[in-house]
Design a protein around this ligand. Structure first.
Ligand code: MG
Length: 203
């Protein structure tokens, strides 16, 4: 399986990092080895001094598809969850500055903890889903999917022009404003509405 991650999909986050607003969805990949499952801890890696959390709604692909039309995209996912797109911000900034690929800052081992998934049918409006992150009981990020630049269906349609989607692939759909560093000892809890779906520690 693969993990597709959308960058710069919430205007308030694009602004906090001083990036330009994209005209098409921007995406990159993480490998399967990036996953952290079942609330296992994240071990702070030695290669970075500035690991940032990015809290994101995650879609789970349930059907093989290529060149998916936007109007049919909703039939390619039926579960929604939440995950953290861990980013070595120090390495990423160097990669961006030098124009080099940024996998070392985004695709490293255990850079993608994910929580439990909820059936899509439980949401009355996919374009109005609240989600949030608590660190040590303090609210750090709050988002609502109505503020996405590109909808879930637009993302799936666009990405599938280039990459075949396969069953079990995950799509991280971008982070709202409020990203910041984690440190050893932190406890991260991520919620969709009031439902806690992810709860793990930094070690
Ligand atoms: Mg991200």
């Amino acid at each position: 399986m693969k993990i597709i991650c959308i960058g710069r999909n919430y205007i308030n986050h694009v602004k906090e990092l001083n990036h330009s607003i994209p005209t098409v969805p921007l995406f990159f990949l993480k490998p399967e080895t990036a996953l952290i499952l079942r609330n296992r801890p994240f071990f702070y890696p030695e290669f970075s001094k500035n690991i940032h959390f990015e809290t994101e709604i995650v879609l789970k692909i349930n059907k093989v598809g290529r060149h998916i039309q936007e109007k049919f995209a909703h039939t390619y996912y039926d579960e929604i969850g939440i995950g953290i797109d861990f980013t070595a911000r120090d390495l990423q900034n160097e990669c961006i500055k030098s124009g080099n690929p940024w996998e070392i800052s985004k695709a490293f081992d255990y850079s993608a903890p994910i929580g439990k998934f909820i059936p899509k049918s439980e949401f009355s409006d996919l374009n109005n889903i609240n989600f949030s992150l608590l660190i040590n009981n303090e609210i750090k990020q709050k988002g609502n999917t109505k503020n996405m630049i590109f909808s879930f269906d637009r993302i799936i349609s666009y990405v599938s022009q280039f990459l075949m989607l396969k069953i079990g692939d995950l799509v991280f759909t971008g982070t709202p404003a409020g990203v910041g560093p984690v440190k050893i000892g932190d406890r991260l809890e991520a919620f969709i509405d009031d439902r806690k779906l992810l709860d793990f520690k930094i070690k």
